[in-house]
Design a protein around this ligand. Structure first.
Ligand code: HEM
Length: 126
């Protein structure tokens, strides 16, 4: 099998470098800049055929939970943001630096954010 210019035998296991695609300046403007707004006007194709970004993988083993993930992530995030004010622990600064592994990890400390209820009716949190 061929992947780009690489030849893989039947027994080769391949960990595809998805991250490489998301950091290519030929595709993304200032790819290393944290700018979620860049995704606002894009209609995503999660079929795994668009190699500019394919968070759910591609091919026969593509994620089977795409539809659920799409609605669940949006719904959970919206609920968290709507229901709580979020702040960092006292004296802590936001550190989003990362280290490389098979997946990206936060560098030193895990992110800790403190939620404070922001809705006027406490019964909504029961
Ligand atoms: C944001 C959420 C999610 C992301 C980013 C994600 C991403 C992925 C990726 C990258 C793969 C590997 C695809 C490949 O090998 O090409 C995968 C596989 C898989 N995902 Fe997800 N996933 C998410 C949510 C879910 C949910 C909600 C479910 C189930 C309810 C799910 C079920 C699965 C299963 C069963 C596989 C294995 C498919 C197979 O090997 O045939 N995923 N996912």
């Amino acid at each position: 099998m061929h992947c780009g210019r690489l030849h893989h035998s039947k027994r080769t296991s391949d960990f595809h470098q998805c991250l490489g695609h998301t950091q290519r300046p030929s595709i993304w403007e200032n790819p290393l800049e944290f700018n979620p707004d860049r995704f606002l006007d894009i209609k995503w194709d999660y079929s795994g055929k668009n190699f500019n970004k394919f968070p759910f993988g591609s091919g026969r083993r593509i994620c089977v939970g795409i539809v659920m993930a799409e609605s669940m992530v949006m719904h959970s995030l919206a609920t968290f943001l709507h229901s709580f004010d979020w702040k960092l622990p006292k004296g802590e600064k936001l550190d989003l630096s990362k280290k490389f592994g098979i997946v990206l990890k936060k560098k030193l400390l895990p992110l800790v954010a403190i939620p404070t209820p922001r809705l006027s009716d406490p019964s909504l949190y029961k």
